[in-house]
Design a protein around this ligand. Structure first.
Ligand SMILES: Nc1ncnc2c1ncn2[C@@H]1O[C@H](COP(=O)(O)OP(=O)(O)OP(=O)(O)O)[C@@H](O)[C@H]1O
Ligand SMILES: [Mg+2]
Length: 374
């Protein structure tokens, strides 16, 4: 775990960081984001001691880094920057192997690792003998990433690594980084200007402004519960609707669907449907509030039995409160149903998603957008 405690940094009279505190869990992917000059790079460079804080303390696994020899510290921290920092007069192989050689690793081990690394970042070994200028920007960035992994560090710092490549390559590199991270599970601190990139990559987003943290939260919470107007504005058009996987069943469900006791009669059920103008009832066990089945009007009309227990659908399709809207829509489509109950893991009824509640929520978004335009 990396812990920044009450960190401030002044460059002469300029207060660049003001009492910044946050913690990064081991294995987490944290993205630092914010306007130009807000202190992202400064924060990042403090973690590997390229910059020393004016006050405050940084610990890694509870060890104060100011007491660790910087060279030793950096062995465990890979660093990737925007301009790749590859040495132009060295081949790709030489670039990747530079530090492991300085560290005195065995030739065979180095060779083996270099070949594994170049493949890990999606290039093949034929690139190893080329020079950086013979590679595209995206390929060079991949080499930069491979080099950061060369000593197999626990922590990787990345400062806008993909900002100089075209949008398509950038997407590819982001996807590869996600794949890579799933495999190697490093602690990654990544700086970007791009909120989409942040939301896509991060376990947690650290949004900064003028040397302070404005919100340190999951992408979902940044989108759904912005801490203040600055966050809302920063997230801008990238609100939740751009990331439907973060919209949950509980966000869009009707909270008080029409229910009936599972032991009511068909007559009572029909009366209730007429009264409430619905064609589906949630049949509930009154004591436990568990959903026993779904009663549909079309079944009621053709039923001859007196007890609704015989005609409710007890193997109904349902959604969990935390399920994403994308999965809910897939179920609605796959099973061709017009509504879907939301139940917790004890099958207690929490709500109902209907096609019209979906349309209503979605159209509300358009209304919001229109207000913004005019
Ligand atoms: N070595 C330095 N000497 C003096 N001022 C500095 C130094 N490094 C950074 N600063 C100032 O500190 C502030 C924060 O810089 P920093 O590089 O951390 O910003 P950033 O958030 O990374 O910005 P960008 O998005 O443009 O990269 C800026 O106002 C910058 O001018
Ligand atoms: Mg910067």
């Amino acid at each position: 775990m990396i812990k920044l405690e009450d960190i401030s940094k002044n460059f002469r009279k300029n207060k660049v960081l003001k009492n910044v505190s946050f913690e990064i869990e081991k294995g987490d992917f944290v993205v630092l984001i914010g306007p130009s000059g807000c202190g992202k790079t400064t924060t990042l460079k403090m973690i590997n001691r390229l910059i020393t804080p004016t006050s405050g303390r940084i610990t890694i696994e509870d060890k104060d880094i100011s007491k660790i020899d910087p060279i030793k510290l950096r062995r465990n921290i890979g660093y990737v920057i925007q301009q790749t920092g590859l040495f132009p007069h060295m081949t790709i192989k030489e670039n990747i192997e530079l530090i492991p050689k300085v560290e005195g690793f065995e030739e065979d081990k180095i060779k083996e690792r270099t070949e594994a690394l170049i493949e890990l970042v999606g290039l093949d070994t034929s690139y190893l003998d080329r020079y950086p200028s013979e590679l595209s920007g995206g390929q060079q960035q991949r080499v930069g990433v491979a080099r950061a992994f060369a000593l197999d560090p626990d922590i990787i710092l990345m400062d806008e690594p993909f900002s100089a490549v075209d949008p398509i390559t950038r997407t590819v590199l982001q996807d590869e980084l996600i794949r890579l991270q799933a495999k190697v599970k490093k602690t990654i601190v990544f700086v970007t200007h791009d909120i989409r990139e942040a939301i896509k990559l991060a376990d947690k987003v650290c949004l900064m402004n003028e040397g302070q943290i404005v919100q340190y939260d999951t992408p979902e919470n940044i989108l759904k519960n912005p801490a203040n107007d600055f966050v809302t504005e920063f997230v801008g058009d990238n609100r939740i609707w751009q990331s439907p996987e973060y919209i949950r069943a509980k966000d869009i469900m009707i909270n008080d669907p029409v229910t009936c006791p599972v032991d009511c009669t068909i007559n009572e059920a029909m009366y209730l449907m007429g009264l409430e103008q619905v064609n589906t009832l949630m049949a509930i066990d009154s004591e436990t509030n568990r959903l026993q089945g779904v009663l549909r009007k079309k079944h009621v009309q053709h039923a001859k039995n007196r007890d609704i227990r015989d005609i409710i659908i007890s193997d109904y399709i349902y959604a969990n409160p935390n399920e994403s809207i994308v999965d809910v829509l897939k179920k609605i489509d796959k099973y061709d149903i017009s509504n879907i109950p939301v139940v917790d893991n004890k099958r207690k009824l929490k709500g109902l998603i209907t096609k019209s509640s979906l349309v209503e929520t979605l159209s509300q978004q358009y209304i919001d957008d229109m207000t913004e335009v005019y």
